[in-house]
Structure formats: structure tokens, C-alpha cells
Write a new protein. Structure first.
Length: 72
């Protein structure tokens, strides 16, 4: 998903977003359970498009915050 967002931002020529994405770790450790079991038997259909849109929205919010800090 990060690769898809990167491709979109490259097509848009959004250099600030590209640099921001380069510093993001794809591993969200707080969601990894090393001691338990995962049960995927009850998973509903996952809407990847919806997740990508949410990630893009979050990225845009983070970039806006960064720009506001620079302006201060």
C-alpha cells in the first residue's frame, strides 16, 4: 500500500510527500503480537481502496502539520 501511495505521489510530483514516505517504517510494532495466535477465520472482505484513501488522508494531514511547524 505504501508503494501505491508512493507511485501516486511520484505521478503528482509531490516531492515533500515522497521524502516523508521515505522515512516511514512499514512495520507498526504496536500491532504485532509475538506471544499469541492470530485468527483470520472471521475476516470480512477488506476494502483496500478505502484503506489507501485513509492513508492518503493521514499523509496529507501529516504534511500539513509539518508545513505549519516550518511556518512558525
Amino acid at each position: 500500500m505504501l508503494s501505491q501511495i508512493l507511485e501516486i505521489k511520484e505521478k503528482e510530483g509531490d516531492k515533500q510527500a515522497i521524502e516523508f514516505l521515505k522515512r516511514i517504517s512499514p512495520a507498526a510494532w504496536q500491532h504485532i503480537n509475538f506471544l499469541g495466535m492470530y485468527d483470520f477465520s472471521k475476516i470480512n472482505v477488506i476494502d483496500i481502496e478505502k484503506i489507501l484513501l485513509a492513508m492518503m488522508s493521514q499523509l496529507n494531514s501529516e504534511l500539513l502539520k509539518a508545513n505549519m511547524k516550518k511556518a512558525q
